[in-house]
Design a protein around this ligand. Structure first.
Ligand SMILES: C[S@@+](CC[C@H](N)C(=O)[O-])C[C@H]1O[C@@H](n2cnc3c(N)ncnc32)[C@H](O)[C@@H]1O
Ligand SMILES: *[C@@H]1O[C@H](CO)[C@@H](O)[C@H](O)[C@H]1NC(C)=O
Ligand SMILES: *[C@@H]1O[C@H](CO)[C@@H](O)[C@H](O)[C@H]1NC(C)=O
Ligand SMILES: *[C@@H]1O[C@H](CO)[C@@H](O)[C@H](O)[C@H]1NC(C)=O
Ligand SMILES: *[C@@H]1O[C@H](CO)[C@@H](O)[C@H](O)[C@H]1NC(C)=O
Ligand SMILES: *[C@@H]1O[C@H](CO)[C@@H](O)[C@H](O)[C@H]1NC(C)=O
Ligand SMILES: *[C@@H]1O[C@H](CO)[C@@H](O)[C@H](O)[C@H]1NC(C)=O
Ligand SMILES: *[C@@H]1O[C@H](CO)[C@@H](O)[C@H](O)[C@H]1NC(C)=O
Length: 757
């Protein structure tokens, strides 16, 4: 009830106070205010009095509405009709070719959309542009506008959206901006669009529209994500009734029909907060059966996993659905939906196949609250390579985290032939997916700004015009909502996000509290080891490890979990004194290598960003070249061989083809399990199934001899420590873990199956 009331207040108060302010200021006879007053009069007052006069003819209705306000239309719609430029940028970024295009803007009104377009993609790139609109007075303005701009390839058709005729059989782009909600016969308008859009064409709509949870039942995975899609009961009804007075219909059916007749490539659910909280959406779609690439994706079970296809397969390798032994969740969803004549799940219409199908309503994701934990990866990939010696015959599975290690493997001299990145938290996947798209679409210096500095000017522009074509719809919704803030140059940047920001903030807080800031800066600038050890031993350590700091923070389990992501089960494995554990971690790190040039982990924690001399390999010029280098034989780069899974490890192990992995890197994941539970043995059996003979599992632990090593050994693995941390020594540049282990699968298949019987 409270929520309803506050929502009523939200909307009513804002709208009515806006109107009163406009009316009052109009009295001050200001030019703009007079336009706004006229707008309000025509939108909110006239419709109520003219109700009886309206006939059944839509055109006369429209004229009644628009005639007196056509000249002020553009000025007054700037705040009301948000997202129009964003929608065009998104649509253009998804076009396959940007030359010789034919575009139809349906319900184009005064043609302002076409003028916006000129700044996104010059009108000279179009072979022909049609503006279709039923209102002669708005069309007049459009005709003048195009004449003034000297665009001879733009034509205005005063016609109904459901029955206009153009001399082209197929077009490349169709857009609706705030018009679908006004077109009474939207179903045949959309049906006509299906026939008019070319196979590789793009259709886009930006409009007001209300949705509740219930309107998505049964179509969930075809919609490109449900985040923000439902608005509250009061919000839905208030705006629907409000807009009806102006013959604008916010009912869900319009968007639903669009999403049924086309495949959803991208969809953003958001609110216009300038005038209350009006729900609107931006949607980009394509032909339901876009291209043959789709068929190949459906059949991609020919590789390790049903959905994990190579970038290019010949049609010869496609096998029929009937004799396939493995089924992915994505494949199941697709077959299910297809049999009901629904479009394919949205993930299949994406340009890149990095992101493996996932169901974004999986309740297992709720625990993450739509946030990532790790903004950077806290494990040293240089050691991984020293221990495992990756080569081109490896298929590696590793935990995604922030994706830093995944990208490190991809820029090795001989990168693995395939890398599966697995994380149950969808937002960890979102972070890596954004990085992959950056490598695909941005130059080195912008990648550095984003992920080295963590800041960039106008992220949103970059997202819409460069990155969006390579990411999934869920990913776009995620970064559309928060990217500008995350990467804001005036803010704290990327590394002040995620739960790991608490560790960084806390470090800063303690250093300030202990008056250590100056010395920390010196530590990060040292050029000799001698200097570094001296500053640490004499200036920093005595203040840092005093009993108060230790008891309050480092020894506090709540802090460990919240800030460092160390869960209680793992804290237990650290031994009796957490303080000693921390000293054992840091002391030898200081002694190991220069923080200023060879330890980007601690450098980032202390400085909040990387430096060019001290950063993950993938952010260096060489790393960039390696990760984007194209093999002339296959036409593929290491980027093409990365897959992002948003599932539990076990789920992925079971869905991968048996014996397809050579290496699984599960980090400290098993420390989280309860030693008395079944989780460890279940995971060990799952990974064993996916590993080939002599395949290896690499893991790290807070214990020197973790309890689950024995369970590996009981189940057909040979386990050897790759490194055990003794007091005073470091085993890698982070040195957070007490041990690193490699467990090799030694049992062959026959023995396994006989064991099972
Ligand atoms: C809110 S305006 C949006 C105009 C323009 N697209 C923009 O973004 O500024 C909606 C437009 O749809 C047009 N419209 C409504 N019903 C139509 C129909 N049946 N056929 C063609 N246009 C129609 C109206 O004339 C009006 O110009
Ligand atoms: C929307 O659906 C989700 C999942 O089905 C459910 O958890 C949630 O409570 C629903 N929200 C509303 C407002 O009905
Ligand atoms: C929408 O549904 C989500 C759960 O899916 C719920 O948390 C949220 O409160 C709902 N939003 C509104 C405005 O009802
Ligand atoms: C589409 O597939 C998903 C996943 O299998 C399923 O939940 C949904 O109900 C399907 N839609 C219809 C209409 O069957
Ligand atoms: C990878 O496999 C091929 C074919 O089996 C073999 O010739 C090559 O030596 C292997 N490479 C490495 C580094 O083991
Ligand atoms: C890139 O690959 C080359 C060899 O192809 C190798 O020498 C170099 O170390 C790699 N660079 C990085 C940053 O990994
Ligand atoms: C995003 O942020 C930049 C400044 O970093 C600002 O200029 C721009 O207007 C913002 N864009 C949006 C859509 O919020
Ligand atoms: C670093 O540690 C090693 C091994 O414990 C020790 O021999 C050496 O003296 C230490 N170096 C410094 C500069 O403390």
């Amino acid at each position: 009830m409270e929520q309803i009331l506050s929502s009523v207040e939200d909307n009513l108060l804002i709208v009515y106070s806006t109107i009163s302010i406009i009316v009052i200021s109009a009295i001050a006879v200001n030019q703009t205010a007079r336009s706004l007053l006229l707008f309000c009069w025509n939108c909110f007052v006239v419709p109520f009095f003219h109700k009886k006069k309206n006939g059944i003819e839509q055109q006369s209705n429209l004229e009644l509405f628009y005639k007196n306000q056509a000249h002020i239309y553009d000025k007054t719609r700037e705040y009301l009709l948000k997202g129009r430029e964003e929608c065009l940028k998104l649509a253009v970024n998804h076009l396959e070719s940007q030359k010789d295009l034919v575009w139809v803007d349906i319900g184009g009104g005064t043609g302002s959309n076409i003028e916006y377009m000129n700044s996104v993609l010059p009108i000279s790139n179009f072979k022909k542009v049609y503006l279709v609109d039923l209102s002669p007075s708005l069309c007049d303005i459009a005709i003048n506008r195009f004449k003034n701009n000297g665009w001879s390839n733009v034509e205005v058709l005063i016609a109904d959206a459901s029955s206009f005729k153009i001399p082209y059989e197929k077009v490349d782009l169709i857009t609706f901006s705030y018009s679908l909600s006004m077109i009474p016969t939207y179903y045949n308008t959309i049906d006509n669009a299906v026939n008019l859009l070319s196979q590789s064409g793009i259709i886009a709509s930006v409009d007001f529209g209300i949705q509740s949870n219930d309107t998505s039942i049964g179509r969930i995975n075809t919609l490109g994500g449900l985040i923000n899609r439902n608005s509250s009961w009061i919000n839905r009804n208030f705006w629907r009734i409000w807009f009806e007075a102006d013959k604008v219909f916010l009912d869900s059916a319009r968007r639903n029909y669009l999403e049924y007749k086309f495949g959803t490539v991208k969809s953003i659910n958001t609110y216009n907060k300038k005038l209350g909280k009006i729900p609107y959406y931006i949607w980009v779609g394509c032909h339901k059966s876009k291209n043959e690439n789709l068929i190949h994706r459906i059949n991609s079970h020919v590789t390790e996993s049903p959905y994990l296809s190579p970038v290019k397969t010949s049609s010869a390798s496609i096998i029929s659905v009937d004799d396939q032994p493995y089924m992915s969740k994505g494949h199941e969803a697709l077959i299910d939906n297809l049999s009901k004549n629904l479009p394919y799940p949205s993930i299949y219409y994406q340009k890149e196949i990095w992101r493996v199908y996932f169901d974004d309503l999986n309740p297992q994701y709720n625990q993450f609250k739509n946030q990532y934990i790790y903004a950077f990866t806290w494990e040293d990939p240089r050691e991984d390579h020293k221990i495992l010696k990756f080569n081109e015959n490896d298929t590696v599975l590793a935990i995604t985290s922030a994706g830093d290690n995944i990208l490190h493997y991809a820029c090795l001299p001989n990168p693995p032939k395939k890398i599966h990145a697995v994380d149950l938290n969808p937002c960890q996947g979102h972070l890596l997916e954004l990085k992959l798209s950056a490598f695909r679409n941005l130059p080195k210096d912008q990648i550095w700004s984003l992920f080295g500095e963590g800041k960039i000017d106008n992220f949103k522009e970059l997202l819409l015009t460069k990155l969006s074509k390579s990411i999934s719809s869920n990913n776009l919704q995620y970064w559309f909502e928060r990217g500008n803030k995350t990467f804001d140059p005036k803010g704290q940047g990327l590394y002040d996000t995620g739960s790991t920001r608490w560790a960084l903030r806390l470090a800063k807080y303690i250093f300030t509290l202990c008056g250590l800031n100056k010395h920390i800066r010196q530590l990060c600038e040292c050029t000799t080891m001698k200097e570094q050890v001296e500053i640490w031993n004499n200036k920093i350590k005595p203040h840092l490890f005093n009993p108060i700091v230790a008891t309050l923070l480092i020894g506090n389990p709540i802090f460990l979990w919240k800030a460092l992501g160390v869960p209680p089960n793992q804290a237990k494995m650290m031994g009796p004194s957490v303080m000693k554990y921390v000293v054992d971690t840091l002391d030898p790190v200081i002694n190991r290598s220069l923080i200023s040039s060879d330890n980007y982990f601690y450098y980032l924690t202390l400085m909040g960003k990387y430096s060019k001399q001290n950063c993950p390999d993938y952010l260096t010029a060489k790393g960039y070249n390696n990760i984007t280098r194209v093999d002339p034989k296959t036409g593929e780069s290491p980027l093409d061989h990365i897959r992002l899974h948003t599932d539990t490890l076990n789920d992925v192990f079971y869905r991968l083809k048996e014996s397809s992995l050579t290496i699984a890197i599960i980090m400290d994941h098993m420390d989280w399990f309860d030693p008395n539970g079944k989780d460890a043995v279940n995971e060990i059996l799952a990974v064993k199934k996916a590993l080939c003979k002599n395949g290896r599992v690499m893991l790290r632990s807070a214990a020197q001899y973790p309890w689950y090593i024995k369970i590996f050994e009981q189940n057909g693995f040979r386990c050897e420590p790759a490194a055990i941390r003794e007091s005073g020594e470091s085993i890698d540049r982070i040195n957070m873990y007490a041990s690193t282990w490699v467990c090799t699968k030694i049992e062959d298949k026959r023995r396994m199956s006989s064991l099972r019987i």
